[in-house]
Ligand binder design. Sequence first.
Ligand SMILES: Cc1ncc(C[n+]2csc(CCOP(=O)(O)OP(=O)(O)O)c2C)c(N)n1
Ligand code: SF4
Ligand SMILES: [Mg+2]
Length: 301
Amino acid sequence: MMVKLTIPEEELMMPGHVGCLGCGATLAMRYTLKALGKRTIISVPACCWAVMPGVYPYMCLDIPMLYTAFEVTGASISGIRAALTAKGIDDITVVGWAGDGGTADIGIQALSGAVERGTDVMYIMYDNEAYMNTGIQRSSATPIGAWTTTTPVGTTQDWKRMPKKNMVDIMVAHKIPYTATMSVGYPEDMIKKLKKAKGIKGPKFIHIFAPCPTGWRLAPDKTIEIAKMATACGAFPLYEVENGVYKISRKPKELEPILPYLKMQGRFRHLPEDALDDIQTRVTKEWKQLLRLEEFTAGNE
Ligand SMILES: Cc1ncc(C[n+]2csc(CCOP(=O)(O)OP(=O)(O)O)c2C)c(N)n1
Ligand code: SF4
Ligand SMILES: [Mg+2]
């Protein structure tokens, strides 16, 4: 029997990116372009993806791309949309494509402005949980407990003490029509949500989980495995929020324990037992909160 492919065969990302071996962010881009198609323009600030396409005219992406300054992705895509509107063009998906540092920290003001104005754009944060391009510095999306070069764990034991900032919550507070989490571990789910987002007018915010073997001190052949583990243990739940209504995309009967997920990555190697227990308690609590949010908002459809 023929199995129906839900992933489009068209490739808009060619071989030849210059990312590291096993880079989750390259898959994030590849699947995103499959979902959005050729009528797409992306604006990219400083991040690994500003380097990975390679140098014109040998770039691996077969769509127009604008490099922009670190802080202004939101303003940049607002400008692209305004220019297209002025030219009477309305069949292009305008995408801001930024890392977690460029989104949750330095670009958050321009992003907030763009979505608050109701701009018809899609903002995608690919999340490798640190400033990777400049050598693994902590961002506000780095998870609690992680080692980075600015949260060292030598004699100071100064690992990341603050929890990961929740960008979806922040976008929901802007009352935008659509926001979702997705993961390179689940390409079909990614494609489905991105196609849905493409069909919605107004601001859309997408959060993609993109493991980084280099920064996570992870074997490069474990990218997909770790992505799936993150969702199974609740470290990175998959859900969407459409007009304020939460819907969990993968809901295991019971969460897997988080310990094997943490143990597989060198960036958590230093954590003592009480810190590991604390992370488990937090993740379980956040998962229960998400379940309650889904239940609470279900009647608002
Ligand atoms: C205003 C400004 N500050 C700092 C930098 C240096 N810089 C370039 S890329 C980068 C890291 C970006 O991190 P993130 O947005 O998470 O993307 P990633 O590199 O992890 O893909 C930094 C700090 C810059 N280009 N511009
Ligand atoms: S540092 Fe991480 S995100 Fe950047 S190219 Fe390498 S694997 Fe990809
Ligand atoms: Mg990053």
